[in-house]
Design a protein around this ligand. Structure first.
Ligand code: BG6
Length: 522
């Protein structure tokens, strides 16, 4: 006999609400850079656009002592400086009435007792619906203590409650697989997975979200999006800035941890994943997880064949002289931290077998560009005489430009006007600016709104973070092996270098082994 049963939707399966209800947000690390440059301006924009309720309530919490009034002043300066919305006195006044501040340490029960009293008072006076969003905009060393104190202060509603509690965790989420797992375990002892929003700001970028729309809302690309038609994929995230006063942080991190484990792995998963069965948090994250699990794990002694790392040496960029990485403030004189990494990544599944994904990222490269280039196979038989760069002529290249100059272009071969049949590459292009008449909003606006709406689609799930760390930690182990081997021979390992303002070391070129493959000049 068949039984029908009513299955209650899990929180993350619920449809996305259209408008946000009331809520209170606590920003830990409120006087810090992230809160001031990104979070407060994004919240102001969201309230101004009517996407968050007018009486949205913000409580700043950090160690530096401020009164509510002094903190509002600080917030005003940030909003005036960093918000892309027009500043209006009236709007500001209303927004500022919803900003409060509590001073306290991150591991001090007394501070959290004060925070709790303030929240409960505001729950009544500002009708927050007792919905709470806690944002960890602090150094990662205090993620665990803050979560512990929130639990002890009884500030976390059970996931089943009518009113909600959500926790937003910034990067870096751990520094290797073991620490990421330990952090997950800790947080999951206090919060339910559906209450945790791990931010990767790349997922909030319009062009990154457009990867899925481009692939799955257009019938013509998906049939050729596989090993039968694609030769290889290049993902470049280059930056023209150096470590910019963050030498102390960066030297403990490096390009692999800072950019590849999170942003670039997310790009790989969106470009390579199978079509999800729905556009919701579970289906999209399951799809990304499958792809990430298919990335071939490297053994420590293989790492040198697949991954190139380097540091910048002195150079010049836009007429400014740049010192060597080793001379930057906060960087150890004998540092082996990489400022550039390139990785030939193999994906072991039916769709991508034999199609390398080449990743490269670095500091002080000639331009700031994030783009994905899909190189298609050549036409099987060339009827026409090729022009100068014959090697590339018959290869169509689809470029998804994430920033700047956001858009998508397809390189095709065309006949040059004239009596002879001479070919020339030309572009068919779509630009956000000209098609939509505006530049996309800052990623934090979208992501903050999604947290308030309870939509986790653009946030990374526990298993995604851990599988990405697994593949990255194997590379770190390979590098450790290289250092140990050098030591055993009485030598000190020195990284290859590239002059600041160039596209990286020569070894990165050699990584591209296939016929006619070379890095694209963005
Ligand atoms: C951050 C890194 O996650 O991303 C920084 O820590 C980097 O080192 C930044 O500069 C790049 O972000 P975007 O949005 O400018 O590409």
């Amino acid at each position: 006999m068949l039984h029908s049963s009513v299955v209650e939707a899990a929180p993350e399966d619920r449809p996305r609400p259209k408008t946000s209800g009331p809520a209170l947000m606590v920003i830990f690390g409120a006087s810090g850079d992230l809160a001031q440059r990104k979070l407060l301006p994004a919240l102001y924009n969201l309230v101004q656009k009517g996407l968050l309720p007018k009486d949205f309530t913000i409580v700043g919490y950090s160690r530096t002592s401020y009164s509510d009034e002094a903190f509002r002043k600080l917030a005003r300066t940030s909003v005036e400086k960093y918000s892309d919305a027009e500043f209006s006195e009236d709007e500001w006044h209303r927004f500022a009435q919803g900003i409060f501040y509590v001073t306290g340490n991150y591991d001090d029960p007394a501070g959290f007792a004060q925070l709790k009293a303030r929240i409960e008072e505001l729950d009544n006076t500002r009708h927050t619906g007792r919905n709470r969003l806690f944002y960890l905009a602090t150094p990662p060393s205090v993620y665990e203590p803050v979560a512990t104190q929130l639990g002890l202060a009884d500030l976390v509603h059970p996931a089943t409650d009518e009113c909600w509690t959500r926790l937003v965790v910034e990067k870096p989420f751990g520094h290797d697989l073991a620490s990421a797992r330990a952090l997950n375990e800790h947080l999951l002892g206090i919060f339910h997975e559906d209450q945790i929003y791990r931010i990767d700001h790349y997922l909030g970028k319009e062009t990154v979200q457009n990867i899925l729309v481009f692939r799955f809302a257009n019938g013509i690309f998906e049939p050729i999006w596989n090993r039968n038609y694609v030769d290889h994929v290049q993902i470049t995230v280059s930056e023209s800035i150096g470590v910019e006063g963050r030498g102390g942080y960066y030297d403990k991190s490096g390009a692999l941890r800072d950019m590849v484990q999170n942003h670039m792995m997310q790009l790989v998963s969106l470009v390579g994943m199978e079509p999800p069965i729905a556009f919701d948090a579970k289906a999209v994250r399951d799809g990304k997880m499958n792809l990430l699990s298919s990335i071939r794990p490297l053994a420590p002694d293989e790492v040198g064949d697949y991954v190139v790392r380097a540091q910048y040496s002195p150079g010049e960029l836009d007429g400014t002289s740049i010192p060597a990485y080793l001379d930057e403030e906060g960087v150890a004189v004998d540092s082996t931290t990489e400022t550039f990494v390139a990785w030939k990544l193999e994906i072991d599944n039916w769709r991508w077998n034999g199609v390398p994904f080449y990743l490269r990222t670095g500091k002080v490269l000639p331009q700031k560009v994030s783009e994905i280039a899909i190189y298609f196979r050549r036409a099987p038989h060339l009827l026409f005489a090729a022009a100068d760069d014959g090697e590339h002529l018959s290869r169509n290249v689809l470029v998804i430009r994430i920033q700047p100059d956001e858009g998508i272009s397809l390189k095709i071969s065309a006949k040059q006007p004239g009596p002879a049949v001479k070919l020339q590459p030309v572009n068919m292009a779509f630009h956000y600016g000209s098609s939509f008449g505006s530049t996309p909003p800052d990623a934090y606006q979208r992501l903050l709104l999604d947290v308030v709406l309870g939509d986790g689609t653009l946030f990374t799930r526990r298993d995604e973070v851990e599988i990405a760390w697994d593949r990255v930690t194997r590379v770190l182990q390979g590098w450790k092996l290289q250092e140990d081997q050098a030591k055993a021979q009485g030598a000190t390992l020195r990284l290859p270098t590239y002059p600041a303002g160039t596209w990286g070391p020569a070894a990165a070129e050699q990584l591209l082994g296939g016929e006619g493959q070379k890095w694209r000049e963005p």
